[in-house]
Design a protein around this ligand. Structure first.
Ligand code: KMH
Ligand code: ZN
Length: 284
């Protein structure tokens, strides 16, 4: 599993595609709300932002112009590594998910297998994974491999064996645990999955809902980084809704410091992930 890093990369996933604004008024759904959230989360210790966007009616969208504008606004307003979701919503077609990369983010998510998602199915068949991966290599975008189950880790190893290293040469993964249909949000699942990761890979973990804290504590002790945010967690403690994304980042930073690991700076995140520096590029 590798050693324990001296610093913790804190990823914030502030919005997701599953929660309605009406059910969580603090969810950032407009560009202004997203940039405001991103600034507050960077100040609290985040190094990377995992982004899903919404349309004018606050519904999930993969509209390319909106994605491009979002990447530009986040680059303008913050130094965070900007990662766009290629998972989108469970209803998004493959073509639109591949099209996300044309917004030229620093990084993108790439899920390594299909998983039941409550009563829905999040589809990631092998051929789609390969096509998406080849596009990240061609466009020099760093993929973050999203792993919802142990078999996804096996598929990741197969992908790297067959298709070679990702852009930048470094493998970074995120264990997404506690989804109804995926691996549970337990210490045992964190360890079982982390053990099978490719040698030298870095990884973060997030536990959905009630598994947030067990997964964060397990990840810190097992050498992982942290992902937090309202995409995964809407309740700060039993009966207490999350105030905003920044307080989840603040809690992650506090946990990390208790583990004698400082939150990683945005420069540290860029160098860990080997992202291409696109900050001086003008958006289309
Ligand atoms: N919204 C989920 C169906 C990702 O961002 O790549 C997929 C997801 C993973 O959130
Ligand atoms: Zn996501």
């Amino acid at each position: 599993m590798g050693g324990v890093p001296q610093e913790t990369l804190i990823t914030v996933a502030p919005t997701g595609a599953e929660t309605a604004k009406s059910d969580a008024p603090a969810l950032p759904v407009t560009l202004d709300e997203l940039v405001g959230t991103a600034k507050a989360c960077q100040a609290a210790g985040a190094g990377l932002i995992h982004v899903h966007i919404r349309d004018a009616d606050a519904r999930p969208t993969l509209d390319l112009q909106r994605l491009t504008d979002t990447v530009a606004a986040l680059r303008e307003g913050t130094d965070l590594v900007v990662q766009l979701s290629t998972g989108g919503a469970v209803t998004d077609p493959y073509e639109a998910r591949l099209g996300v990369l044309d917004a030229e983010p620093d990084s993108c998510s790439l899920t390594c297998g299909t998983v039941n998602f409550g009563s829905d199915v999040f589809l990631n068949p092998w051929d789609f994974m390969v096509e998406l991966y080849r596009k990240t290599q061609a466009l020099e975008i760093v993929p973050e491999f999203e792993l919802f189950d142990l078999g996804h880790v096996i598929a990741l190893n197969r992908l790297l064996d067959k298709e070679g290293a990702p852009y930048g040469g470094h493998v970074h993964c995120d264990l997404v645990l506690g989804v109804p249909g995926g691996a549970p949000g337990t210490t045992e699942a964190v360890v079982a999955m982390a053990r099978e990761l490719p040698p030298g890979a870095s990884w973060s973990a997030t536990g959905v809902g009630r598994s947030t804290m067990p997964v964060a504590l397990a990840a810190l002790s097992a050498g992982g980084h942290l992902r937090v945010g309202m995409e995964d967690t809407l309740t700060y403690a039993p009966g207490r809704p999350v105030r905003d994304n920044a307080e989840l980042v603040e809690r992650a930073a506090t946990l990390s410091r208790l583990a004698l690991r400082e939150p990683m700076t945005t420069d540290g995140a860029r160098s860990l992930l080997h992202v291409k520096d696109r900050r001086n590029e003008v958006a289309a």
